[in-house]
Every structure is written in C-alpha cells, then in structure tokens.
Design a protein around this ligand. Structure first.
Ligand SMILES: C[S@@+](CC[C@H](N)C(=O)[O-])C[C@H]1O[C@@H](n2cnc3c(N)ncnc32)[C@H](O)[C@@H]1O
Length: 258
C-alpha cells in the first residue's frame, strides 16, 4: 500500500467519530444553489471523490439527486451512513470503498463530480482530477473545493510546512492558480470561482486534527509570530482563547464541453 493511502486511512479512522460537525449553513446553501443552477436534481447522479462523512454530498442529496461516494476509510463511511440517516438522506446515497486515483466508474456515467477538502491529501491530484473529468458526461459539471494557498511558491511552502505539523497527511496544498490549472488541463470550462473565508478558533482547529497535542504549543507560537510580523496568508487574529486563524477556501465550478 502506498504511504499517502496508508496515512489517510490511519488519520481519518482517528477523526471519523467527530468529522464534519463544523459545516457552515452558508457553504451548504451556496453549494445547494450552485447545484440547482446547473440543473442537478431528481434523477441526477453525483460522484463524490473522498465522500468522508457525507458533508460534501449533502446539498446534492437534499436537491433530490443520487450520490455515489468513493472513499478509502471504512470508519468515515460508517459515520457517514449514520449522519445521512440523521438527515433523512440515506435512501439515494451509496458508498464504494475505492481509491479516487482509479475510480471504478464508466466514463461519462455521472452528471456531476465533486471533491471537497480532499485534494491536499492526495498522492496525485492531477490523476484524481482526470478521473473526475472522465466520470462526468459531456455537458456535466465538476466541483472542486479546497483550502487554497498563495501562488507565490516560497510563501505557499512556509504555510504548508506549518500545516503539515498539524496534519501529517498533507501531500501538497495547491495554490489557486494550480487548482484552476487542473480544469484547463482536462478541457473543463471554468464557470464560477468563489473564495470564502473560514474563521476557526485556534484551539478548535488544533482539536479537529486529532494529532499529537505535543505539537500544539509550538504551532501556536509559530502562528502568533506570523500575526506579530503583520499577518500571513491565513490572517491570524485575537489573543488568548480568542486567537483564531482565518483560512481561505476556493470553490471552482466547471463544465465539460458537449
Ligand atoms: C478531509 S475528508 C473530506 C470529506 C468530505 N469530502 C467533506 O467535505 O467533508 C477527506 C476524505 O477523503 C478520503 N480519501 C483520502 N484519500 C483518498 C483516496 N485516494 N481515495 C478515496 N478517498 C480518499 C479520506 O478517507 C477522507 O474520508
């Protein structure tokens, strides 16, 4: 088994029980509206690459569509099924335990594909994006959502190095340009890009990672130093229990040509 795959399964098995509880209503509403705009609804099929505990699939199921979720980590699927039941949305959702790099799907089988918050964990994001593009029918849509990093490589690496201490599964955090470049490389037309900001109290953010608490004080000092130098890509703010980190998330919606 390759190491990224192994690390993902270990990490997400640890995180599964509490994963996904911090999904904002605003993001949910935005994704739901995007799904509606592209005509996704009853009878439509979405493939969710790295479906996790179902957060990314929820607005598409709520719109009346069907979802096939690919994931590597059984514990995430178990927790996901519980959440889908709690939401009353389990009837049209299926999990398939499979590697997103090699999706067990016929070309053009889906009306849409999504991957949310997963690209920075992947061995080969280009390959997974190619699989998303392949899975979608001509005229279908691709949604890519992830925290994104600065285009300037030195700054990108500096933030990534800190993030990797918190979350060792990170392979590469793509810049906005790199994320958009994936669409052009596969001939998917970019229709819409949205940047939003998620403000997470530092202690909660550390807690969510379920990594060793030994690293938290070191990381906190490093992020406070960035704030004191005048702020960084993350825009750290506040003091004491109010110290928080604002992360930037990019959503890109594209369409496969007819
Ligand atoms: C950060 S979670 C995101 C889950 C969900 N998309 C969401 O928005 O909440 C990443 C998920 O991707 C899965 N994953 C990581 N690498 C994968 C791969 N190569 N193939 C399939 N799933 C993968 C993990 O098991 C985990 O459930």
């Amino acid at each position: 088994m390759d190491t990224a795959k192994q690390r993902n399964i270990e990490t997400f098995t640890r995180m599964a029980e509490t994963y996904g509880g911090y999904y904002s209503d605003a993001e949910q509403a935005r994704l739901g509206a995007m799904a509606e705009r592209v005509g996704f609804g009853e009878g439509s099929w979405l493939v969710d690459f790295g479906m996790g505990t179902g957060t990314s699939a929820k607005p598409f199921l709520a719109a009346g569509g069907n979802v096939v979720g690919l994931d590597l980590t059984p514990a995430m699927a178990v927790r996901g099924r519980e959440r889908l039941r709690e939401w009353g949305l389990e009837a049209n959702a299926r999990y398939v335990m499979a590697n997103a790099h090699d999706a067990p799907l016929a070309a053009g089988a889906a009306d849409a594909a999504i991957c949310r918050h997963t690209f920075h964990h992947l061995e080969d994001p280009k390959k997974v994006f190619a699989e998303m593009a392949r899975a979608v029918r001509p005229g279908g849509h691709v949604f890519l959502i992830d925290y994104h990093y600065p285009d300037e490589e030195e700054e990108r690496e500096k933030i990534e190095e800190l993030d990797r201490v918190r979350e060792p599964t990170i392979t590469r955090h793509l810049s906005g340009k790199e994320m958009e470049g994936l669409f052009y490389a596969e001939g998917i037309r970019v229709e819409e890009t949205v940047v939003d900001r998620t403000d997470t109290p530092f202690d909660d953010w550390m807690d969510l990672a379920k990594t060793s608490p030994d690293v938290f004080p070191k990381l906190r000092a490093a992020f406070e130093a960035l704030r004191d130098q005048g702020g960084s890509w993350y825009e750290e703010s506040g003091e004491g229990a109010e110290f928080s980190v604002i992360r930037k998330r990019l959503t890109i919606l594209g369409q496969k040509p007819d």
